[in-house]
Write a protein that binds this ligand. Sequence first.
Ligand code: NDP
Length: 252
Amino acid sequence: MPLPLSGRVAVVTGAASGIGAATARLLAERGAKVALLARRQARLDELADAVSAAGGEAIALPVDVTDPDALARAAAAVRERIGTADLVVAAAGSMLTAPFTTGRTHEWQRMIDTNLTGLVGTVHAFTPQLTEAAAAGRVADVVTLSSIASTAIAPNFALYCATKAAVSHLGRNLRTEFGPLGIRITTLEPGVVDTELMEHLDDPAASDWLQGLIKTIDVLTADDIAELVAFAAAQPPHVNLSQITVLPTQQA
Ligand code: NDP
């Protein structure tokens, strides 16, 4: 029996760790050829090797998603090496928190650059391939990693929450343009997932709160999110799982 995603050509940003890495691994297991994008080449090479050892196909493309030229080169490399992309998962992101009054403008800029500009740049770089795939009658998907933070109100997280609200609203609006072209957009809004994301926090209050949650409740895993991406991508072409909120059962 063919695998549910065989014939698909996937691109996953943020594939060096966490949700991106787990998603790339699962998409390859389900039959997709996968391009792995992030900045840490050694991590991507290791994952590409693991995918091919398991009988799948993956290529490592070190890219900083804040660099549009690097994204354009990656898009060309995907087309040349594994074919026209029809499934783009934009998972690259960063979460840095501090009271607004501390004015850590460089951290705000980094989140805006990665979570919003980088995500928009990723979708832009692969739009010609998605359009081409859809026009040829193939299923075409964009999956974006927003967060429950897109609607949450949380002290010290204002900029992170704002970038995620922008990602969710981008999806709602882009759907009006992409839907008629046959390209689906799925916006994922997870609650707490145990990944490296928290390790970049140096604000003790935010860090203690999140680490406390991770220790006291059964939080989501990156594999849980990967399953949702694979599920959404395997739906029939007329079914767009447009927005998925997923929380740990014990997260309020
Ligand atoms: P990780 O920190 O494990 O993953 C983030 C990934 O993004 C890394 O692979 C990192 O790789 C990559 N990345 C960061 N900056 C860039 C950049 N400039 N260019 C290219 N790649 C970049 O965290 P998660 O897996 O948890 O996060 C994935 C997404 O899920 C994020 O958008 C996050 O906001 C979102 N999310 C996470 C939740 C959680 O609780 N963990 C909950 C809700 C949403 P490298 O450093 O090698 O570039």
